[in-house]
Design a protein around this ligand. Structure first.
Ligand SMILES: Cc1ncc(COP(=O)(O)O)c(C=O)c1O
Length: 386
């Protein structure tokens, strides 16, 4: 069979592969504890279900405008103003089939073959492959030993005349760390000065704990949105527990937005009309869905930290947001894939090896699942390792 060099070169998504493995083992009746997940267990907001039902009851579910429906884009504009202090026009927004497609739309719109995209480790597993999918070259800035955050100087040292974008995710999957204000401020200055896009993957932006706030890049720019190098990615998957709806979006200047609309028009025409209606319903609903989700996750974060602290040789930077912890297990076994395999075999616990996120010696353990799984999963790991 003739496959393209691109297809042959792409790696599989490690996290999706592990999800499949965990589900298969469960289906076989194995007592698996899945600490590798990436979605909240809560039900979707009532407003989302009602809005979706209303559209279905009407009987017409058609294509929408490529960039998304006006009602959803209006909700996104209001959401962006509430949380970022910037009010985008509807021409600054593209609704996509998940934040993932929004990132892909962006990458394809700015990368020529061989152009570079710089991002820090640890990074979301998909970034390197997505950059390659757009014929770009991923360039990884690494933190100092024992650290989970890079400095702005570390990123700047990676920027060359071929760099098209710097990509940041804060709070971060997998580390749960929030990049500090000063870092984001410097990144905005550097990207504006070097005329490089600053792609902010803000998908976990509202899932932050201890009363902290993830600083928005927009706070530190004086440029109007239409002259901005900042592109913000967001969506309903994590914050509204709506992963299966596949709705994400980008907020960016009009020129890059138009290019992204052209890409999306040729790839998927538009996101699902039904999912867009539900997402608009979630964003419009009153109540405090996100606050309740955040409080529940903070409690589970505390539980995960307490359980992990019982392991004799684990080092942990306490997560400040998301629903992931990224402890350093290197004192037990420096090769994370080997350790993750061992824990699956001996303890039936699914974890994600740090090497998939560009940082060896760590494992990613999620706390988005049931409290009993956090307790049982870490107890089984202790039994094997201590
Ligand atoms: C950092 C990060 N960005 C983007 C996404 C993708 O979100 P979506 O489900 O909206 O495509 C994920 C999902 O795991 C993520 O962790």
């Amino acid at each position: 069979m003739n496959l393209s060099r691109l297809a042959l070169s792409l790696g599989q998504s490690a996290t999706l592969k592990l999800n499949e493995l965990a589900n298969n083992l469960k289906a076989e009746g194995k007592p698996v504890v899945h600490l590798g997940g990436g979605e909240p267990e809560e039900k979707i907001p009532a407003g989302a279900a009602e809005a979706g039902r209303r559209l279905l009851d009407g009987g017409f579910v058609r294509y929408t405008a490529t960039a998304g429906t006006a009602p959803l884009k209006k909700e996104i504009a209001a959401y962006t103003e509430r949380h970022y202090g910037v009010k985008p026009g509807l021409n600054n927004i593209v609704v996509a089939s998940g934040a993932k497609q929004a990132i892909y739309n962006f990458l394809v719109s700015v990368i020529d073959p061989g152009d570079q995209v710089v991002f820090p480790a640890p990074y979301w597993v998909s970034y390197p492959e997505m950059v390659r999918l757009a014929y770009g070259t991923p360039v990884v800035a690494r933190p100092k030993a024992g650290q989970l955050l890079v400095s702005a100087a570390d990123i700047e040292a990676c920027i060359t005349s071929s760099t098209k974008a710097v990509l940041l995710n804060s709070p971060n999957n997998p580390s749960g760390q929030i990049y500090p204000q000063q870092f984001i401020r410097e990144m905005v200055e550097i990207c504006e000065h070097r005329n490089v896009y600053l792609l902010m993957d803000d998908i976990y932006n509202q899932l932050v704990f201890d009363g902290l706030k993830a600083p928005s890049a927009f706070e530190f720019s004086r440029r109007p949105l239409n002259e901005s190098v900042i592109v913000s990615i967001n969506g309903v998957s994590k914050t509204f527990s709506m992963t299966g709806f596949r709705i994400g979006w980008s907020v960016a200047n009009e020129a890059i937005t138009q290019a992204m609309v052209k890409v999306q028009a040729q790839v998927s025409s538009c996101p699902s009309a039904l999912s867009q209606a539900a997402a608009a319903g979630a964003l419009a609903a009153g109540g405090d869905f996100v606050g309740t989700l955040r409080a529940g996750l903070e409690k589970k974060r505390d539980l995960m930290v307490a359980e992990l602290s019982k392991l004799k040789k684990v080092k942990l930077h306490k997560p400040q947001g998301t629903f992931y912890s990224f402890p350093d297990f290197s004192a037990y076994e420096p090769a994370s894939a080997k350790l993750s395999g061992l824990l699956l075999e001996k303890a039936m616990v699914v974890t994600v090896p740090g090497v998939e996120f560009g940082l060896e010696g760590h494992l990613r353990l999620s706390y988005c699942g049931a409290e009993k799984d956090i307790i049982e999963g870490v107890a089984r790991i202790r039994k094997v390792l201590d």
